[in-house]
Design a protein around this ligand. Structure first.
Ligand SMILES: *Cc1c(COP(=O)(O)O)cnc(C)c1O
Length: 407
């Protein structure tokens, strides 16, 4: 392992770099706003009252700690490592996204900003943002590509029911990438009274750090729970990687446990050869270092640096870049990254449903797919921890279309 203890603890550096990844690539007008955000965030994280309020809402509203479930039938079926599931699917709104949305919304309140803007792809982060904005009495505006609005109607309705305004984005491919561009544009224009509530471990510094800290509760809880339940640290932790927030939230607590292997699973879509995927790390011809949405990381791009269109069966993994800390963890060989295809995720989706009575989000099913491949290669006394980032109710329409006739 190349990593030195020093670089592992001091990340990101003062300029927001994880090694050569991260930083701040934004228009001049946003720099004071990011400075203000960075200062407010570090003050908040040192303020017992803020942390106490956050912890209290996590316990009484989000439903934390989420349980750790031993997947006994899945483990038995695979005949190798014993598998534990961290149940973020049981958090309010059905996924880990509320951890970050709650932290940022409380920070917005502390900064005296009542107007929230957010971006959303499938609508999960939009729903989490609209939820906490309703809880805290904030005015929430969610940018969403018109293509996504058409295919994610139930979440659009949820956001409106929660009192948020959903703003259709008609530029570019009219999906997540374009929604982020519009949310940033709004923030630049209205920076005085507006807080940009970003949904993953992405964007300009301090967002990747801030999102990691708000999500790190996942790993902090799970590390203690798995020690209690199994009497040992896991041999391997597995999580799916879209922007990378649920994965970094799990990995962070284990970063100094050298014996614990950290595995991120990207969306392999129809396979690398097809070009229809969102595997930023696994496709060396399209995935290269580059800048997207204010941060330097691995980006799927063509020879001219044009951002590629991506594909995944799971909307939450369908993004051309990845959080900069993951690019760094990979370069340091502290974490390893693999992929699961649409087909493998669909199989895992059904396997977990039948063997454990848990219908996972299609995103989370990518992590389960890796567990299905890896567990049989591990000894029976070994321990695998899988982050179940969300529940699958939102994906039923997609799965019904795919499995038509089979069920
Ligand atoms: C959004 C989402 C993801 C992907 O986002 P990350 O930032 O990579 O965690 C994964 N799982 C679920 C359930 C999601 O809603």
């Amino acid at each position: 392992m190349k990593r030195s203890a020093e670089t592992a603890t001091a990340t990101p550096d003062a300029r927001g770099y994880f090694g050569e990844y991260g930083g701040r690539f934004v228009p001049e007008t946003l720099v004071p706003a990011l400075d203000e955000l960075e200062a407010a965030f570090s003050e908040a994280m040192a303020d017992e009252e803020f942390l106490g309020r956050f912890a209290q809402l996590q316990a009484t509203y989000t439903g934390r700690p989420t349980p750790l479930t031993y997947a006994s039938r899945l483990s038995e079926h695979l005949g190798g490592a014993r598998i534990w599931l961290k149940r973020e699917d049981l958090a309010h709104t059905g996924a880990h996204k509320i951890n970050n949305a709650m932290g940022q919304a409380l920070l917005a309140q502390r900064m005296g900003k009542r107007r929230i803007v957010a971006e959303t792809g499938a609508g999960q982060h939009g729903v989490a943002s609209a939820t906490v904005a309703a809880l805290l009495g904030q005015d929430c505006h969610v940018y969403m590509g018109s293509v996504d609005i058409a295919r994610q109607q139930p979440n659009v309705f949820r956001m409106r029911l929660l009192g948020a305004e959903v703003i259709p984005v008609e530029s570019g491919s009219r999906t997540l990438k374009d929604a982020i561009n519009e949310a940033i544009r709004d923030w630049v224009t209205n920076v005085r009274d507006t807080f940009y509530l970003l949904g993953s471990a992405l964007g300009p510094h301090p967002y990747p750090l801030m999102v990691r800290e708000f999500q790190s509760v996942i790993g902090l809880e799970a590390r203690e729970q798995v020690l209690d339940a199994s009497g040992q640290l896991p041999d391997v932790c597995v999580a799916c990687v879209g922007g990378g927030s649920n994965a970094i939230g799990l990995f962070h607590a284990f970063r100094n446990d050298e014996s614990v292997d950290l595995i991120g699973v990207e969306a392999g879509g129809h396979g690398i050869a097809s070009g229809a995927h969102a595997a930023r790390f696994a496709d060396p011809s399209l995935g290269r270092p580059g800048v997207l949405h204010g941060t330097r990381s691995f980006v799927l791009q063509n020879q001219d640096g044009q951002i590629m269109n991506t594909h995944s069966i799971s909307a939450g993994l369908d993004y051309a870049s990845v959080g900069p800390e993951h690019a760094w963890l990979r370069a340091e060989e502290r974490a390893h990254y693999t992929l699961a295809t649409d087909e493998e995720a669909l199989t895992a989706f059904q396997t977990l449903s039948r063997l454990e009575g848990i219908i996972p989000a299609l995103e989370s099913a990518h992590a389960v797919a890796e567990a299905i491949k890896r567990a049989p290669t591990m000894p029976r006394d070994s321990v695998m921890l899988v982050n179940l980032s969300g529940r699958g109710d939102k994906d039923l329409d997609t799965v019904i279309q795919q499995l038509e006739g089979e069920l």
